[in-house]
Design a protein around this ligand. Structure first.
Ligand code: GDP
Ligand code: MG
Length: 725
C-alpha cells in the first residue's frame, strides 16, 4: 500500500507543533519562541487504514536560505519530495503568513493550507471565506483549531485527496511577475540556466534564477560547484541588476521581489475574502498589556523586576532540595567509602565519580525550577517582549534581541550555567549572531564560578561583598558585549538580521506544554552529567593522582604513619587527640606531595613562570586547570592544593585564612584571579555543547581566545593592583 508522506510547514507560532501533536499524539515541544523546532520530528498515523507519515518542519518565514531553519525546510522538500506540504498559517495574520505560501507555490511543490487559530478568528468577530480563498490560490484551504483538534479530520481527508491528485506529476511552479526592472534579467537568467541544465534535476530554472537574484548563498555555492563559468556569468548579471536597482530605485532586488509577492497576496485577499466586524476594537487584551509591558521606561523596569524575582524564587525554593541532594550524595559517598577497601578504587569511586557527578546532579532541582519559570515566561509570550525591548541595545554590539536569554541563563543575573545558555542560542535565526552569542555567553558569572568569588572576596574584600559581586556581573556584561562587537567586526563579520520575530499574543501557558518543555531541558542536563561530567571527573581525578609518590617517599610516609599509629596505641587517653592530629597532618602532607608530583601538579609548576605575571602560583594553576574541566572543582582543588583535603562549608573558613597567610596571595592577586575565572576558557561541557551547536573549531577558538583575553585582563589588573598597593 502506498504510504503518504506529509510535511507540516509554516511560520513560527502558527501552531504546527500543536497540530502535529493532536494529530499524531506524539509528545513534543509547544512554545511561543520562534525557531525552537530545529530538530526533525516525525509521526506516523493511519487514516482510513492508510499509513501516513508526517514530518514537523522547523518554523520559517521564507524559503531563501538565510537561516538554518529555512535551509532545512527547503532540503526536506527537494530531497524527500513529500507528497504534500500542509502549510499551517495563523489565520488571524493571514496576509503575513501567506508570504511563505507564495514561495511554496513558486517552488511548485504540492501544497494545501491549514488555516489555524480559527477560534481566535471567531472571537475577534472576523470571518474568512475558506472556499473562495482556496479557489483563488489554487489549493484546498481548511480551517483548524490545533488546540482542540477541531478540523483535523477534514484536514487529513483533504490532504490525502490532494496528494492523490498530484501524485506522480511534476511540480507546478507558479510564475509571478516582479516588475519591469527584475523581470527581464530573471528571464535572461532562466534561459541560461535551462540551457545548461544547472540544478534542473532539483529546481525549476526560474526558481534557481530567482534565488540567484535573491542572493541565496546555498544555491550560489551549489551553482559554483556545478558550473563555475556559468555561475560567474549569472552572478555578474545579478550584480549589474543590483547596482541598477540601487541607483534607480534606491533598493535591493530582493526587496522588490518581496514587494511583488505581497502585491500578489493583497490581490488574493481582495473582494471580501476576510470580513472584519463592524466595530473593530482598537485594543485587544494583548495590545493593552503591551502598552505597559513594552513601555519605553516602565517596560525595562518591569523586565528587570521580573527576572530578578525569577532568580530569587529559584534560589529560595531551590535551596531546600539542593541541601537534600547534597546530603544524599554525601551518604552515598560514605557508603562507598565503607564498602570499598581504601586505595585507588575507593578514591576513584568517591572522589572521581560520586563527587563529580553528584555535584552536577545536586543542581537538578534548582534547574527544574528555573527552567519551569523560564518556560512560563516563554510560553506566555513575555520572553519575545524581552528580546524585542533589548534588541536595539544588542544590535549596537552585533548581537540580537534573542541573545539576551542565553546570556541570562548562562548567569547574567545571579548564577546560571553556560550549557543550557549556549543551547538557548538556538532561538537565534542568523548563524553569525548565534555564533557571536555562543562565544560570549560563557563570560557570564555562572553558578560554579560564584564560590570562587565568594572565597576570594571573603579573604581580601570581605567589607564590600555586594559591591564586588555587582562589579563582577557588570564586567561580565561589558566584556561579553565588547568581545561580541570585536568578533562581529572581524572574524564573524556580516550584516545583522532584522528583528523579524513577531510578537505573539499573550497566552496562558498550558500545563502540559510547561511540563514537556521543562522536562526536555532538564533531561538534556541530566544526560550530560551521566556522560561527559563522569568522563572528565575520572580524567581529572587521574591527572591529580598519578603518577603518585615514588617508592622512597612512599616508604618514608608509611614508616612515619606506622610509628604514629604505634604511639597512639600505647598513648594515654589525653595524648591521643594530639597524635591523631599529627596523623592528619601527615596524611595531608602526603596528599600534597603526591599532588605536586602528579601530572596536573607538574603542569601547574611548569606554568608558573608565565602565570606569575597575573599573580598565580602553582597551586592556583592546578585549580585553574581543573576549572577548564568544570568550574565547580576550582575551590575544592585549591583546598586540596593547600593541603586541607576535603573542603566543605565549615572548612571554607580555614581555606580563607590559609590563603590570606600565603605570601603569594594579596588583594591584587585575588582581583586578578577573579577576573581570570570570570573570563577564561569555558568549561569542558560547555565546549562540547558549543562544538555541537557550531563546530569544534569554534569551541577550540573559545578555549584559546577566552583564556588569552582572560590572561591579558588578569595580568593588567594584577600589575596595576600591585603598583597601587
Ligand atoms: P509552531 O511554532 O508553529 O510549532 O507553533 P506551536 O504549535 O508551538 O504553537 C504556538 C502557540 O499557539 C502555542 O502557545 C499554542 O498553544 C498556540 N496555538 C496553537 N494552535 C492554536 C489554535 O488553534 N488556537 C489558539 N488559540 N492557540 C493555538
Ligand atoms: Mg513548533
Amino acid at each position: 500500500m502506498t504510504r503518504y508522506h506529509l510535511a507540516f510547514a509554516g511560520n513560527p507560532n502558527a501552531g504546527k507543533t500543536t497540530l502535529f501533536n493532536t494529530i499524531t499524539g506524539s509528545r513534543q515541544h509547544v512554545g511561543n519562541y520562534p525557531g525552537i523546532t530545529v530538530e526533525r520530528k516525525v509521526g506516523s498515523i493511519q487514516v482510513d487504514q492508510k499509513p501516513v507519515d508526517i514530518v514537523d518542519l522547523p518554523g520559517c518565514y521564507s524559503l531563501t536560505a538565510y537561516t538554518q531553519e529555512e535551509l532545512v525546510t527547503r532540503q526536506v522538500l527537494v530531497e524527500e519530495r513529500p507528497d504534500l506540504v500542509v502549510n499551517v498559517v495563523d489565520a488571524t495574520k493571514l496576509e503575513r503568513h501567506l508570504y511563505l505560501t507564495v514561495q511554496f507555490l513558486e517552488l511548485g511543490v504540492p501544497v494545501m493550507l491549514a488555516l489555524n487559530m480559527m477560534d481566535d478568528v471567531r472571537s475577534k468577530g472576523m470571518h474568512i471565506d475558506l472556499e473562495r480563498l482556496g479557489e483563488k490560490i489554487g489549493c484546498p484551504a481548511v480551517g483548524t483549531v490545533a488546540r482542540t483538534g477541531e478540523g483535523k479530520q477534514t484536514l487529513l481527508e483533504q490532504a490525502l485527496k490532494t496528494a492523490d491528485a498530484r501524485r506522480d506529476q511534476p511540480w507546478q511552479p507558479l510564475r509571478l511577475g516582479y516588475g519591469p526592472d527584475v523581470d527581464p534579467v530573471l528571464d535572461e537568467l532562466e534561459a541560461l540556466i535551462a540551457q545548461h541544465q544547472l540544478l534542473t534535476d532539483a529546481y525549476s530554472a526560474r526558481w534557481t534564477a530567482l534565488k540567484y537574484i535573491e542572493g541565496d548563498e546555498s544555491i550560489l555555492e551549489l551553482g559554483r560547484n556545478k558550473n563555475t563559468s556559468l555561475s560567474s556569468e549569472l552572478e555578474q548579471k545579478v550584480d549589474a541588476l543590483r547596482e541598477h536597482c540601487l541607483k534607480t530605485l534606491n533598493t535591493f532586488p530582493e526587496a522588490i521581489i518581496a514587494d511583488y509577492r505581497y502585491g500578489f497576496i493583497h490581490a488574493l485577499l481582495k473582494d471580501n475574502i476576510i470580513t472584519y466586524p463592524q466595530q473593530r476594537s482598537r485594543f485587544d487584551v494583548t495590545d493593552r498589556m503591551d502598552v505597559v509591558l513594552t513601555h519605553k521606561f516602565a517596560g525595562p523596569l518591569i523586565m528587570f523586576g521580573l527576572l530578578y524575582a525569577m532568580f530569587q524564587v529559584t534560589f529560595t525554593l531551590g535551596d531546600y532540595p539542593l541541601q537534600v541532594m547534597e546530603w544524599l550524595f554525601g551518604r552515598i559517598a560514605d557508603l562507598a567509602t565503607d564498602l570499598l577497601p581504601s586505595g585507588y578504587l575507593q578514591s576513584l569511586v568517591v572522589s572521581g565519580i560520586i563527587d563529580g557527578v553528584g555535584g552536577v546532579l545536586s543542581f537538578v532541582p534548582l534547574i527544574v525550577i528555573m527552567f519551569m519559570l523560564i518556560a512560563f515566561l516563554e510560553d506566555s509570550g513575555y520572553m519575545a517582549r524581552v528580546a524585542y525591548m533589548l534588541d536595539k541595545v544588542f544590535r549596537t554590539f552585533g548581537l540580537h534581541g534573542s541573545s539576551v536569554m542565553p546570556f541570562i541563563i548562562s548567569g547574567g543575573i545571579a548564577g546560571g550555567c553556560a550549557v543550557p545558555g549556549v543551547m538557548a542560542a538556538r532561538t537565534l535565526r542568523s548563524p553569525r549572531e548565534k555564533l557571536a552569542t555562543i562565544l560570549t555567553a560563557p563570560f557570564m558569572p555562572c553558578g560554579a564560578k560564584i564560590p570562587v568569588f565568594l572565597l576570594l572576596i571573603g579573604a581580601f574584600f570581605s567589607q564590600h561583598q555586594p559591591l564586588i559581586m555587582f562589579i563582577i556581573t557588570l564586567t561580565a556584561w561589558c566584556m561579553a558585549l565588547l568581545v561580541a562587537r570585536i568578533l562581529r567586526s572581524t572574524l564573524i563579520r556580516g550584516e545583522s538580521t532584522p528583528f523579524v520575530m513577531e510578537l505573539p499574543p499573550y497566552r496562558w501557558p498550558t500545563l502540559q506544554g510547561l511540563l514537556i518543555h521543562t522536562w526536555e531541558r532538564t533531561w538534556d542536563y541530566i544526560k550530560k552529567a551521566g556522560t561527559v561530567i563522569l568522563a572528565i571527573s575520572v580524567l581529572l581525578w587521574a591527572a591529580m593522582t598519578f603518577p603518585g609518590l615514588d617508592t622512597e617517599q612512599e616508604a618514608r610516609f608509611s614508616q612515619q604513619q606506622q610509628q604514629l599509629e604505634l604511639q597512639r596505641e600505647q598513648a594515654q587517653d589525653d595524648e591521643k587527640t594530639a597524635i591523631e592530629e599529627q596523623l592528619q597532618t601527615l596524611h595531608r602532607q602526603r596528599s600534597m606531595t603526591a599532588l605536586r608530583q602528579s601530572a596536573a601538579g607538574r603542569l601547574g609548576t611548569q606554568l608558573e613562570p608565565l602565570t606569575q605575571y597575573a599573580g598565580f602560583n602553582w597551586r592556583t594553576n592546578i585549580a585553574l586547570l581543573g576549572g577548564v574541566a568544570a568550574k565547580e572543582v576550582i575551590v575544592s582543588t585549591l583546598g586540596t592544593a593547600y593541603s586541607l583535603g576535603e573542603i566543605d562549608a565549615e572548612e571554607a573558613g580555614t581555606l580563607i585564612s590559609r590563603i590570606k597567610q600565603d605570601p603569594d596571595w594579596n588583594p591584587a592577586a585575588a582581583a586578578s584571579a577573579m577576573i581570570f575565572v570570570l573570563l577564561y576558557a569555558p568549561c569542558f561541557v560547555t565546549l562540547v555543547v558549543m562544538s555541537r551547536e557550531s563546530n569544534w573549531k569554534w569551541a577550540a577558538f573559545a578555549l584559546v581566545f577566552n583564556s588569552a583575553v582572560a590572561f591579558a585582563a588578569a595580568s593588567l589588573v594584577y600589575q596595576i593592583g600591585r603598583y597601587l598597593i
